[in-house]
Ligand binder design. Structure first.
Ligand SMILES: *Cc1c(COP(=O)(O)O)cnc(C)c1O
Length: 402
């Protein structure tokens, strides 16, 4: 077996996603990681139990696995690869992106603390703040997705800044180094949900962010066929997160981890295609007479184009835009699409389309929807891995129908 060397850290994300930082021995020299479907792991002797427990009490690991809520070997291998890919010391995998978001907040929140969230954020994250944080006596602010607005919102009790970049659906790109600088001066923990960027397009750990979160359901899994989440950061912070994860059991099953690790093998190629198709489709839409406005950070017309150019390697395949007209025209366009499936989510092999207000914000009041920008003719595309020429042709024929 080739020796494990530190040079692996210089590998491109596409390579790290396949090999990680170390090659671990596998039963029967299998190339792929086995799916270990077991709920518990036995000991050979009664003495071994005592040795194991004593070592564990001293923080030593003399054998890896014990009980499936605490993790499984397929998960462990996938976590190692994800950590290598992100450039983080350690990854903790969860059964969903939201489990990662909530358990990260709940692990690090403090009594009477204050948490800053950025607006245009994932709806469930916002709803958790609005509906649940108060029960724990935690204050929060939801501010514009800019470094200046975040700085202004800081109070003496602020101990977490939770941001997304790019945001969803308006794809605002935050000035991460500026946020990190302000946070570090005041000893505030920074958490970023970088699901829409992935470690291919943005490198938050290298910019000093404490905790990175991804919904692995999206680009990391990449095939619209699994649900998982991941948090990444230093060993110390991830050890805290892991305590809560293993207690609650928001642990992904071994089959999910196998699918995720398998998805990672094509991560680099998939992201290249997502970035290429995203830009091509955004440019086509912006030039189209039936489109009122497009939001895509790779377009010079986007408010955060300059920050994006500096901080991102590519801009992904989520594009939001306004169709000229109202609800009727927008729905006619959506129904005329042939390649795009009407469903939320993003980052998979199939292209998806949503009319944002109806799909994700239906139960909010009209006034609140308008406030957060969920207007009738706002459409979000999440491009899949089809050829961009076919996607463009499909969008053009659908726009021709209105
Ligand atoms: C999808 C998504 C989540 C939630 O992830 P799940 O895997 O669906 O739980 C959180 N944040 C962002 C930005 C997302 O796109």
């Amino acid at each position: 077996m080739a020796k494990n060397t530190a040079d692996r850290k210089k590998w491109h994300p596409a390579t790290l996603a396949i090999h990680g930082l170390e090659r671990l021995p596998k039963a029967h020299h299998a190339v792929s990681t086995p799916i270990m479907h077991t709920s518990n792991y036995y000991f050979d002797t009664a003495d071994e139990v005592e040795d194991f427990m004593r070592a564990k009490g001293q923080g030593k690991v003399i054998r890896e696995h014990e009980y499936a809520r605490y993790g499984n070997p397929t998960q462990q291998e996938t976590e190692r690869k994800l950590a290598a890919l992100e450039g983080a010391e350690r990854a903790v995998l969860y059964s969903s992106g939201m489990a990662a978001v909530l358990l990260a907040i709940m692990t690090f929140m403090k009594p009477k603390g204050h948490i800053i969230f950025t607006g245009d954020c994932y709806r469930q994250t916002r709803d958790f703040a609005i509906n649940f944080l108060g029960k724990f006596g935690i204050e929060y602010s939801i501010v514009d997705p800019t470094a200046e607005a975040i700085e202004k919102a800081i109070t003496p009790e602020t101990n977490i800044i939770f941001t997304e970049s790019p945001t969803n659906p308006y794809l605002r790109v935050l000035d991460i180094p500026a946020i990190v600088k302000v946070a570090k001066e005041r000893k505030i923990l920074t958490i970023i949900d970088a699901t829409l960027a992935t470690p291919y397009n943005i490198r938050p750990i290298e910019m000093g962010v404490d905790v990175v979160i991804h919904s692995a359901t999206k680009y990391l899994g990449g095939h619209n066929d699994l649900m998982a989440g991941v948090a990444l950061g230093s060993n110390a912070l991830m050890t805290d997160l892991y305590k809560m994860q293993r207690m609650i059991g928001a642990t992904p099953g071994p089959l999910t981890c196998f699918l995720l690790e398998r998805g990672l093998k094509t991560f680099g190629m998939r992201m290249e295609q997502h970035n290429r198709a995203g830009l091509a489709v955004a440019q086509m839409l912006e030039a189209h007479p039936k489109i009122e406005k497009v939001w895509y950070p790779g377009l010079p017309s986007h408010p955060d184009y300059e920050i994006g150019k500096e901080q991102m390697q590519g801009f992904g395949s989520v594009i939001s835009f306004l169709v000229k007209g109202g609800n009727t025209e927008t729905r006619k366009f959506i129904d005329a699409l042939e390649l795009f499936l009407i469903t939320p989510s993003l980052g998979g092999s199939e292209s998806l389309v949503t009319q944002m207000w109806a799909m994700s914000f239906f139960d909010y009041s009209e006034e609140y929807r308008q406030n957060i920008g969920m207007v009738d003719n706002l459409v979000r595309l999440a491009l899949g891995l089809e050829h961009e020429d076919d996607l463009i042709a499909d969008l053009q024929q659908a726009l021709d129908t209105i």
